[in-house]
Design a protein around this ligand. Structure first.
Ligand SMILES: NC(=O)c1ccc[n+]([C@@H]2O[C@H](COP(=O)([O-])OP(=O)(O)OC[C@H]3O[C@@H](n4cnc5c(N)ncnc54)[C@H](OP(=O)(O)O)[C@@H]3O)[C@@H](O)[C@H]2O)c1
Length: 241
């Protein structure tokens, strides 16, 4: 792994306040990037007090504010990496969701990545940069009890593949990382969670390690899709509903 210092480049990570986005932000700072992490609720973790790490409090449902932040970051930094990681998960029978949850799923998981891609593509072209989209293993399969969530992830995977073909000749790398069950708070609204044994889930740091691997390849070779799975598939039913 080549964790070369590249302090003059910046990375924007959405959903940086917890789980996978937090681990990716920490990894990118270790790699020397100036990290701009977007989220609503940042803990007082020491990461956010470091010199080259900038927590940006923003509800990504507010597109105008999100774009204002991006404009500000762009005006002062050379953005080379965009990690579209923010996501929400609502699961269950589709008839039991409601329009607000469906809109939030689509807007955070799919609309926001497409808007950020549009806002940052010229910068990524300038710096032969990377867009890493955190999709999911659900993107490639049928997802009863997660129809809408899976559809947003399939949409994001499709967007990634198309955008890579559109932008590859400009040096841009567009990458889908598709994790399986990862031990984070994503399932807070679900009636299931990862199994207890360590080989039944991924750690957020392992997804961050995969992102670092993608970013460490030589110019001219691009990993466009990575799927990460725990050794065993086991989920646990929660009784809280
Ligand atoms: N955990 C898994 O098993 C798994 C598997 C496959 C893919 N994924 C994907 O991985 C990504 C990260 O999820 P995670 O597992 O790390 O879950 P998580 O800990 O719940 O993180 C979700 C992140 O998204 C942010 N977010 C959600 N709504 C937002 C909003 N309106 N405005 C700004 N930020 C918002 C959250 O920030 P705030 O709470 O501060 O608003 C949080 O930082 C998601 O796209 C998820 O679909 C996860």
């Amino acid at each position: 792994m080549n964790d070369t210092k590249q302090i003059s480049y910046a990375a924007v990570v959405t959903g940086a306040s917890s789980g996978i986005g937090f681990a990716v932000s920490r990894k990118l700072t270790q790699m020397g990037y100036e990290v701009f992490g977007i989220g609503r609720n940042f803990s007082d973790d020491t990461l956010w007090k470091e010199d080259h790490v900038h927590p940006i409090v923003c509800d990504m449902l507010d597109t105008n504010r999100l774009c204002d932040h991006i404009r500000q970051i762009k005006s002062e930094n050379r953005i080379r990496v965009l990690v579209n990681n923010a996501g929400v998960g609502y699961y269950g029978l589709h008839e039991e969701l409601n329009p607000k949850k469906i809109q939030e799923l689509v807007r955070i998981n799919l609309e926001a990545p497409m808007i950020l891609a549009q806002q940052l593509l010229r910068d990524l072209k300038k710096h032969a940069g990377y867009m890493i989209n955190i999709t999911s293993v659900t993107a490639g399969k049928s997802n009863p009890h997660g129809c809408a969530y899976g559809a947003t992830k399939a949409g994001l995977a499709s967007f990634s593949a198309s955008l890579f073909d559109e932008a590859r000749k400009y040096g841009v790398k567009v990458v889908s990382i598709a994790p399986d069950m990862t031990k984070t708070n994503l399932y807070r609204n679900a009636d299931f969670r990862e199994g207890d044994e360590e080989d039944c889930y991924l750690q957020p740091e392992e997804v961050a390690q995969a992102a670092a691997f993608v970013l460490s390849q030589r110019e001219g070779m691009v990993i466009t899709e990575l799927t990460l799975k725990p050794q065993r598939h086991r989920i646990k039913k929660e009784k809280r509903f």
